[in-house]
Design a protein around this ligand. Sequence first.
Ligand SMILES: O=C(O)CCC(=O)C(=O)O
Length: 263
Amino acid sequence: MTLTVSPASRFQHEGFALEPKPVLPMSLIERARAGIDSVRAGHYDTGRAPYASPWNPGDDPHILCKIELGHIANEALREVASHPAIGAQAAALTGATHVQVWWVQLLYKPPLTTPDAPTSVGWHQDYHYWQDDWASPDGLLTAWVALSDVTAESGPLRFVRGSHRWGLREDSDFFAHDPDAQRISLDIPDEAHWEEVEAVLPPGGVSFHDSLTYHGSGPNRANLPRCSLALHLCTDHARLREGGGALTRFLDEPGICPVLHSA
Ligand SMILES: O=C(O)CCC(=O)C(=O)O
């Protein structure tokens, strides 16, 4: 007898899910790809600048470019971040009746030019960074939308299978530039097995990960930049922390935090 495991059970067990078939139309992907170049150049067709970011137009083009709320600065990026197909998938994986974007990161990883250019992303659990805003990791996940061909060479996101079941750990450092070196010093449970899975995706493909899943990514050894929007999502199972933090203050603004699914 063959037992079929549903995508939702697998997500619950593994802490991540890959949707390797493009979820978004290619015409939108192409416009969004051009939108990334515009926002990086400081051109905002919405008339609105992104939020204060670690990378700003004019900064070193050879390092990891992380722009906070980049979608508010470009119409095509806003369309990607508002796409109901992403909400429907998140709902199917989590059983949620309500899915909303609450934060967005534009991530552009240029091809590696010098060995020590900081383009990697260190191992981290997202909830480590969200504790001021959210009272628990429940009901929080990320949809990582590929806007370029994300191959094994381009520094894809890497998930640690089942690590969301380890609870919140002490060690998380998005900005650790050598994830392989950082990995050795991570405090993981004694009985835990560290198994990395690469999220190789076509343009328009999406991966989903739980707010406690360890993830990171290495350098881009391909010839083209790796481009994505990371949509941080909350569902009806999420609980805001009383008093709130800085990141969740736009929840009532649909132009910044669109609702992607409501049953
Ligand atoms: O794009 C990456 O390599 C890291 C993205 C990330 O940390 C996230 O989407 O939560």
